[in-house]
Design a protein around this ligand. Structure first.
Ligand SMILES: [Zn+2]
Length: 139
């Protein structure tokens, strides 16, 4: 199978792990669109982001959502890259962002349906995952 060496998302650099995930212009547009809240400042490198998501926020649900969001962004961008390779179709960053929003909201609604343990009834656990999402990531 012949795979082009240049990035299938932006066509501005050779494709590599660090380019696709965190250096690519399409990745950057998608990823940074979720980080407009003044308390969230993810770094711009592969290793930096992997470390950052572990301590992204003192708020447990924000930290959880950051981890989930990283997975959703990587999944959607990798799938988009493969669709461009195999099907010659392409979607805009705007559509990729919309898809990630749908994925995240569906997952967070499911998380909010899980009964809360008595030990988790502190203030930081009372706000739903979905409210946290709309407060921090999709205002
Ligand atoms: Zn690229």
């Amino acid at each position: 199978m012949i795979v082009p060496s240049s990035c299938l998302l932006c066509d501005r650099a050779n494709e590599s792990r660090s380019h696709l995930f965190f250096d690519c212009l399409v990745y950057a547009e998608v990823w940074t669109s979720f980080f407009t809240h003044p308390t969230l400042h993810p770094p711009h490198s592969f290793d930096g982001i992997l470390t950052w998501v572990l301590t992204a926020s003192p708020h447990p649900k924000v930290k959880f959502i950051c981890k989930l969001l990283l997975q959703a962004v990587c999944y959607v961008l990798w799938r988009e890259r493969n669709l461009r390779l195999h099907n010659s179709t392409s979607r805009s960053a705007h559509l990729l962002i919309k898809e990630i929003q749908v994925i995240m909201k569906a997952k967070l609604i499911g998380m909010d349906r899980i009964p809360v343990q008595p030990t988790q009834r502190s203030q930081s656990f009372q706000e739903s995952h979905l409210v946290t999402w709309f407060t921090y990531f999709q205002p």
